[in-house]
Design a protein around this ligand. Structure first.
Ligand SMILES: Nc1ncnc2c1ncn2[C@@H]1O[C@H](COP(=O)(O)OP(=O)(O)OP(=O)(O)O)[C@@H](O)[C@H]1O
Length: 256
């Protein structure tokens, strides 16, 4: 039986289950006094579960700040963020770390693979925290590397792989634990056109197969064109939210 599994959220209600991410009235301020900066100001939106979402905005608009908050790498100054029906605002550091390991996968513009490890070991690395059975872990890694088209190259180290192949290793590493949400920061920025298209197709196929939700920060029109949800931010505010072919007004939430 294939080891790739569909993500099954610990449901509270059918209404909750339909969203992988709920950002509710989130603000993030940095510094104080004259040096204070408002990176995000009262931002609210939702990303449906098992979808392809893209986040766009001009330089300095707050994209990285928002991805860091959703990735549980930072905390909002006010507001709250629910991921896979879990309110992350009450998490202490230990819970944040465990939640990241279990629920989130990350793909970076510069791949961020560990250079001393092979492709296989890079993909296996995040599983060590959550899958103690070595045999099972190795089967999951092998299956995922096959799935991204790198079955024959699993013994190679990152320096022996092309940029596109390295990014496939990074996608396999992010997806091997079937996370609820994968956050990807400009994943196609360093790839040529053909390689980028092939990577987008692979991510889309895996998203449909596993049911993981993807949230990309990207300027890539091919990724934006593929998105089910398009979140636009400008100057720390939600400027537009497009879902499917519809364009929705920014969602204003009141806290429960
Ligand atoms: N640690 C910080 N301290 C002070 N200001 C910050 C900090 N991090 C971000 N900012 C400010 O918050 C705003 C949003 O920054 P952010 O990095 O989120 O933008 P971005 O949309 O990701 O930009 P880019 O596309 O250029 O990477 C900017 O004005 C930035 O200067």
């Amino acid at each position: 039986m294939p080891l790739l599994r569909s993500y099954e959220p610990s449901s509270r209600s059918p209404a909750d289950d339909s969203f992988a991410v709920c950002v509710e009235n989130v603000s993030r301020h940095f510094g104080q006094g004259a040096s204070a900066a408002v990176a995000l100001d009262d931002v609210s939106f939702r990303i449906p579960a098992s979808g392809f979402a893209v986040l766009t905005g001009p330089s300095g608009s707050g994209k990285t700040t928002l991805l860091n908050l959703i990735g549980c790498l930072d905390r909002p100054t006010s507001g709250r963020i629910l991921i896979a029906q879990k309110d992350t605002s009450g998490f202490d550091e230990r819970r944040m770390t465990a939640f990241r390991a279990e629920t989130l996968g990350f793909v970076f513009q510069n791949y961020n693979l560990l250079p001393v490890l092979t492709a296989f070991e890079n993909v296996e690395f995040p599983l060590r925290l959550i899958e103690p059975d070595r045999q099972r872990r190795r089967r999951m890694v092998g299956e995922m590397l096959e799935r991204v088209g790198l079955g024959g190259l699993s013994h190679r180290k990152p320096a022996q792989l092309s940029g596109g192949q390295q990014q496939r290793v990074a996608v396999a590493r992010a997806l091997v634990k079937s996370p609820a949400l994968v956050l990807a920061d400009e994943p196609t920025a360093n790839l040529d056109e053909r390689t980028a298209i092939a990577l987008i197709e692979t991510m889309r196929a895996l998203q449909r197969e596993i049911g993981t939700t993807f949230l990309f920060s990207s300027h890539d029109p091919r990724l934006i064109g593929e998105a089910d949800t398009h979140i636009e931010i400008a100057n720390g505010h939600l400027s537009a939210l497009h879902q499917g072919s519809r364009s929705l007004a920014p969602v204003k939430e009141t806290r429960a």
